[in-house]
Ligand binder design. Structure first.
Ligand SMILES: Nc1ncnc2c1ncn2[C@@H]1O[C@H](COP(=O)(O)OP(=O)(O)OP(=O)(O)O)[C@@H](O)[C@H]1O
Ligand SMILES: [Mg+2]
Length: 414
């Protein structure tokens, strides 16, 4: 089926014989606007005013023959694309080739057969119509592509911006987790110290009164000294714990805040991170086993490493150990001269084969609507590759657990 042509096509019939024109007029008048010209000059004058959709052009005409008319039409950019069909009296293959060479699209022998001429004209009009549509489409396409490109560029910018914001807010969230967790942890030794100090104060007051009254016994003096020294050692151990904790926290916080490169021992940094996380982790029945040789020294960004670890530990507790009471997370490392391989493996639920390939996709989470944003692992991958210059991979078996492997250069200048 041929698609409809929207407007009545304009045909120009050029022939020096009125009878021939009349034949073609009869064939086309019903559904075409048919104009006539009886000479080449008239045809060109018509085209100067109005562009027909197709020209049926007689070859043999006095003064200017069809071939000459065709040459002129094809030389003018305005009329160049109008399809020309030659209507030839004699069947002369040379003439026909010549016509086609001049740019005609077809030729029809006289006397014309109505259905043949209609079919051929129809084909050319359809072709021209389709060509126009393609041209129009091309023009708007370029515009549309330009517009889409601009939109995409804008979206990309917005995405980068939000990625930066997210990385910022992630760093802040890590810090506030640490602050919450450290303040909680500091509460115990400081609370203990306060109680011990109060008890010591009370006992000293009692002792001072007894002294004043001159009723002090040797045995109660001995007891007092024992209580004081016990209290002091309790105070000391509690304060040492608090100071240690603060020291670790200060280092972790400085690493988090500075994004700076420094030389550090892997086991020490991992210890600091786990220590600062321990208050929240201790509330759970799971264990963390650390197996890192004490001599692995790195020159890299400990802050980034800390955030990676925090995400991996949190994921193990949140996802892997869901419903478990004896989860075990092993953090181990080995190193050669250039590289450190850090393994973080849990014995938890594992991941289904359809989940595993998506772990690092931003916004992929099996806990959407339950606190998961699906950014944790995307951030891990970003930090491992960009800030630490390494690579991260994952293997997992449902029911057995998940293992993340981080291969990191010992020295990375970022
Ligand atoms: N150790 C693990 N064991 C089992 N599944 C895991 C483990 N770590 C990650 N996953 C799966 O990978 C998904 C993506 O983890 P990711 O850390 O990116 O997002 P999330 O933890 O859901 O949300 P958040 O952005 O708050 O971290 C999780 O939703 C979970 O299904
Ligand atoms: Mg997570």
């Amino acid at each position: 089926m041929t698609p409809p042509i929207p407007h009545k096509p304009v045909l120009l019939v050029v022939d020096d014989q009125a009878a021939n024109i009349e034949v073609l007029h009869q064939i086309f008048k019903a559904d075409h606007a048919v104009y006539m010209a009886t000479s080449g000059a008239q045809a060109l004058a018509f085209c100067a005013n109005q562009l027909p959709d197709l020209i049926l052009l007689d070859v043999l005409m006095p003064d200017m023959d069809g071939h000459q008319v065709c040459v002129q039409l094809k030389a003018d950019p305005r009329t160049r694309d109008i399809p020309v069909i030659f209507v030839t009296g004699q069947s002369n293959p040379h003439d026909e080739t010549q016509g086609l060479r001049l740019g005609a699209v077809d030729f029809i022998p006289k006397p014309v057969n109505a259905s043949i001429v209609r079919a051929r004209v129809q084909v050319q009009l359809m072709l021209r119509q389709s060509l126009r549509q393609v041209q129009e489409l091309n023009e708007t396409l370029e515009e549309r592509v330009a517009q889409r490109t601009a939109e995409l560029r804008q979206a990309l910018l917005a995405l980068r911006q939000s990625q930066d914001n997210l990385a910022d807010s992630e760093a802040r969230a890590t810090l506030s987790t640490l602050i919450a967790s450290v303040s909680h942890e500091l509460g115990t030794p400081l609370g203990n110290s306060r109680m011990v100090a109060a008890a010591l104060g009370e006992q000293t007051k009692v002792m001072a009164q007894a002294l004043k009254a001159g009723q002090i016994k040797r045995s109660s003096l001995d007891q007092f000294v024992e209580q004081v020294s016990e209290g002091v050692s309790l105070l000391e151990s509690n304060l040492v714990r608090a100071v240690d904790l603060l020291g670790d926290f200060r280092q972790v916080a400085a690493d988090q805040a500075s994004e700076q490169r420094r030389v550090f021992k892997l086991d020490v940094v991992v210890g600091e991170i786990l220590h600062t996380l321990s208050p929240s982790l201790k509330r759970q029945p799971h264990r963390i086993v650390v197996d890192i040789a004490p001599d692995i020294v790195m020159d890299s960004q400990p802050g980034a490493l800390g955030r990676v670890l925090i995400n991996l530990v949190n994921n193990a507790y949140l996802h892997a150990f869901e419903g478990h009471t004896n989860g075990e997370l092993t953090i181990s490392a080995h190193a050669d001269a250039n590289q450190v391989t850090l393994l973080v493996a849990d014995n938890g639920v594992g991941m289904a084969p359809d989940v595993l390939p998506k772990v690092f996709d931003p916004f992929f989470s099996t806990k959407v609507g339950h606190g998961g944003t699906g950014l944790g692992m995307a951030i891990v991958q970003n930090l491992v590759t960009k800030a630490l210059g390494g690579a991260v991979s994952v293997t997992s078996t449902v029911g057995q657990g998940t293992r993340f492997e981080l291969v990191l250069p010992r020295v990375f200048s970022g």
